[in-house]
Design a binder for this molecule. Structure first.
Ligand code: DON
Length: 570
């Protein structure tokens, strides 16, 4: 994932002491943004502000979420999108009801199981990640419209007006956005319709320049006026199919016309008195998160401490078991039977716990998936919204890689995803996040590729407590886990919890990842002695959360300092 800010800033904020000259000065932990009525926390200031303006005008959390999502498609084009897909988790304060809007992309009708393999059965490099064959049928316009129509109070033109204005009139390019464009300039130049939008005379936009997207403004105006029909059956659909014909893509008018977003039941579980609601399949996120919390519940993580060898070993050993199950069982529920209840049951966790050895790493090749049926009864962006009534939205959506397939639909001004890489192209062969899979996540026409997105809501005593989520491909699940544990077990406020250094393991490859310069030599040495293969990463995730103070009902917003996140409340 492209990182526009280094982890260092997060670390400086996260540490409780700061070095000034030779003296150590105690420092207050970083403080969350506080609000009484409503709040939006996203990776982009303009998008958070648009969401809060909608709340102030009387819109509910869903109105604000849809406005924020359309704005991110304009102001954060590496991940914000209309050409991608995602998951929106919504919960109402008065009835306690919750739904998940599944607007995940799906494989085109002409997709084939072995479409990324050559005659010898070898993976064709880049085919599932770059350019036309990587593109899944987009879900975002359908999903946002479904959410708004069923659960919002405002109209598409109302919630889309700020995004349309920002696309039309432009906005000032920030330094991180300019740097991000610079990082991708070379690859953009392979796609004329893409360089026409994101490069100016072949060069990335510079900080302070105004970035206007007239084609995108027109596309958004069409969607605002005609609804998602414009995208799936009308003029935009025709432009998408023309783009496919130009570049050898698979998406047809029928694929677009038959796309549907679904309302699903969230997965539910509990951990130490908190109720957890999260994304069901075709995301693996909620199931894996609940499995992890079930495994960890048995241990006293608080006394182990945050990011100590003990707590890291414990999380990582649990993660290996859970990612082995993910690879075996999870996929699109319309295509495969998934033993969800078994996987998330406490009894299954008890059985799997026996496999955990805390004194020494169990090599991943000695771990396979369990048999949960016995117990049956991975640029993306996340934002969190709470309105004045306590209604909450956790939304994670994506183009998959930064700027997706890098293909812009000519004349329509938006990027298409490269989500097809989330399928398992070949059993046991890792995708761009190193994740492997088999039958359950094999490619099939109209099937939805398995996701790790984990938009999550926590309740305490039946009341809203936390809204959280993050990008990060395969690391999404473990990042959400760590933020939750940071709050519940390590006593952090939400700002500390999203800023604190993170670790990650996903079973295969057998590496324990940690953020650069965050673990002391002593801790690294102990982990090495315990048999872990350590790998440094620049940063992990970009989590944005809101906590509700159980006593006062006040909202606390925590924006991840790793990128450009901003919490705005009122
Ligand atoms: O759905 C998924 O799990 C991935 N397509 C998410 C990609 C992602 O988070 C990229 N950001 N780093």
């Amino acid at each position: 994932m492209q990182r526009t800010k280094t982890i260092i800033s997060g670390l400086i904020i996260a540490s409780l002491v700061i070095f000034i000259g030779n003296t150590i000065t105690p420092q207050e932990p970083p403080q969350p943004v506080q609000a009484t009525h409503g709040m939006v926390v996203s990776t982009n200031r303009l998008a958070s502000e648009v969401g809060v303006e909608i709340l102030k005008k009387g819109g509910n959390a869903v109105d604000a979420a849809v406005a924020t999502a359309f704005t991110l498609a304009v102001t954060h084009p590496s991940a914000g999108n209309i050409g991608g897909g995602g998951f929106m988790l919504i919960r109402w304060a008065d009835t306690g009801k919750a739904v998940l809007v599944d607007y995940r992309e799906e494989a085109p009708g002409r997709a084939e199981r072995d479409m990324y393999l050559d005659e010898k059965g070898e993976i064709i490099p880049d085919a599932s990640t770059l350019g036309y064959l990587a593109i899944g049928v987009p879900g975002t316009p359908a999903g946002l419209d479904l959410a708004l129509e069923r659960y919002g109070t405002m109209s598409l033109p109302q919630v889309m007006a700020p995004a349309i204005k920002l696309a039309e009139e432009g906005f000032e390019v920030t330094q991180p956005f300019s740097r991000s464009l610079e990082g991708y300039a070379k690859i953009f130049s392979r796609f004329p319709s893409t360089s026409a939008i994101f490069l100016k005379n072949g060069k990335p936009y510079q900080p302070g320049e105004v970035f206007r997207q007239p084609d995108l403004a027109r596309t958004l105006r069409l969607i605002a006026k005609e609804g998602p029909t414009a995208f799936y059956k009308g003029e935009i659909a025709r432009l998408i199919v023309q783009e496919m014909e130009r570049g050898g893509g698979l998406i047809t008018l029928e694929d677009l016309a038959s796309y549907q977003a679904y309302i699903r039941e969230p997965v539910r579980g509990n951990y130490r008195g908190y109720e957890i609601l999260s994304a069901p399949p075709p995301s693996s996120g909620g199931v894996a998160l609940l499995q992890l919390l079930n495994l960890l519940e048995e241990f006293d993580l608080s006394s182990m401490g945050h990011n100590t060898p003990e707590s890291i070993s414990l999380m990582v050993e649990a993660e290996k078991l859970v990612y082995a199950d993910r690879a075996e069982y999870l996929g699109d529920p319309r295509f495969v039977q998934i033993p969800v209840q078994g996987l998330i049951s406490k009894r299954y966790a008890e059985d799997r716990l026996k496999k955990i050895n805390l004194s020494h790493a169990t090599p991943s090749n000695q771990i396979t998936h369990g048999i949960p049926t016995l117990y049956e009864s991975e640029e993306t962006t996340h934002f969190s919204v709470v309105d004045s009534k306590g209604n909450a939205v956790a939304n994670t959506y994506t183009l998959n890689g930064g700027y997706g397939s890098k293909v812009v639909v000519e004349g329509a001004g938006f990027l298409l995803n490269n989500e097809m890489d989330d399928f398992s192209s070949k059993p046991g062969f890792p995708n761009m996040y190193g994740l492997i899979g088999g039958e359950a996540n094999a490619i099939a026409p109209h099937k939805r590729m398995l996701s790790s997105m984990t938009p999550t809501i926590l309740l305490k005593d039946g009341k809203l407590f936390m809204v959280i989520g993050t990008p990060g491909g395969s690391t999404i699940i473990t990042t959400v886990l760590q933020v939750i544990l940071n709050v519940i077990q390590h006593g952090m406020n939400i700002q500390q919890a999203v800023a604190a250094p993170r670790v990650h393991h996903q079973w295969t490859p057998d590496f324990l990842y940690y953020e650069r310069d965050t673990l002391s030599g002593e801790i690294l040495k102990t982990l090495l002695q315990r048999g872990y293969q350590l790998k440094e990463r620049r940063s992990i995730g970009d989590a944005h959360g809101i906590l509700v103070d159980p006593k006062t009902g006040k909202l606390w917003g925590g924006a991840d300092p790793r990128m450009d996140g901003v919490a705005v409340g009122y």
